[in-house]
Design a binder for this molecule. Structure first.
Ligand SMILES: [Zn+2]
Length: 305
């Protein structure tokens, strides 16, 4: 388990879910009131607690746990984690809030969509309702020491997705709105499972870019500079996938053929393929679910502008 400083007062704990390094990040914002962004799944909680100890943070000093959305790899662990943090409240999109309090349905659906991957994650525990803040766009949480955490609604990847902006360091936590960043090869790959609203993701990416963040702190995974450039590049990549999906649908290609043509046409993705293919989670989710999400979207709504 590693802890890295990524900004003056922001630290990254590698959740090392099921021993997978560099996949799921949990961020710790060391204001007067400490906040965390993302928890990873239930199975990562022991690593998070070790990380907090390494940072010298007392459990009672943590005021907020902000999650981008309720998918297990982002918020699955929040119910287990909060049992250890007596003063923490969970910040979540209003549409996600009921699922944190009653996670049974989410767990059943996750097993259907993710199959054996859920065994790496473990079942989510419920968060007591009085510990949940259903936070709307623009709400800002003052952490002291010049730090603020602002909610930026970015639905599209999911209907209950939001990003967070920390104004002191001009850092953006995009969640899954800006794709998956593979730092080792400086490449972004899409995370666009069904039911995707690509049109809304593109609006969200514009919005995040217009705020001119300095750095992106990706949930998958880590810090990247040239934030605006990366947000725009990801929008371009999504549109390329949509155009290929449209051609594939028009000529009645199956998903495997469309996937293959995406790999041939998307140079960034081609570069990432060796990494993605052997990854215990991404092999399945990116090559299967992400392509499926784009194909389903285009079938329903066409290619976005
Ligand atoms: Zn994710």
């Amino acid at each position: 388990m590693s802890v890295t400083q990524v900004e003056d007062r922001i630290y990254l704990i590698d959740a090392e879910t099921a021993g997978i390094k560099g996949f799921i990040a949990s961020y710790v914002l060391k204001g007067k009131h400490v906040a965390m962004v993302e928890t990873g799944p239930t199975s990562s909680v022991p690593n998070l607690l070790t990380g907090l100890r390494k940072l010298g943070i007392k459990a009672e000093d943590i005021a907020y746990i902000a999650v981008s959305h309720i998918h297990l790899d982002h918020a699955g662990g929040v119910g287990t984690l909060i049992k250890h943090l007596p003063n923490a409240k969970v910040i979540v999109h209003p549409r996600g809030a009921p699922h944190l309090a009653h996670p049974e349905k989410l767990w059943e659906q996750s097993k259907l969509v993710l199959g054996s991957i859920t065994e790496l994650y473990d079942a989510p525990e419920p968060v007591p309702e009085n510990r949940v803040i259903a936070a709307t766009d623009g709400m800002t949480f003052d952490l002291g020491n010049g730090m603020n955490l602002k909610v930026v609604e970015t639905v599209g990847h999911a209907s209950h997705h939001q990003s967070y902006y920390e104004s002191g360091s001009q850092a953006m936590f995009p969640g899954d709105t800006a794709g998956i960043y593979l730092g080792e090869i400086d490449t972004i790959v899409p995370t666009t499972p069904p039911p995707l609203r690509m049109d809304l993701v593109l609006i969200a990416l514009d919005r995040l870019a217009s705020m001119k963040p300095r750095n992106l702190l990706y949930s998958h995974f880590g810090k990247a500079s040239n934030a605006v450039e990366k947000l725009r590049a990801y929008a371009g990549q999504l549109k390329l996938w949509a155009r290929i999906a449209k051609q594939g649908l028009d000529s009645k290609e199956d998903l495997a053929t469309i996937s293959k043509r995406i790999v041939e046409s998307d140079l960034a993705f081609k570069r990432a393929l060796d990494y993605v293919k052997v990854h215990p989670v991404l092999g399945e989710t990116v090559l299967g679910n992400s392509v499926q999400g784009v194909v389903d979207f285009v079938e329903k709504f066409g290619v976005p502008e």
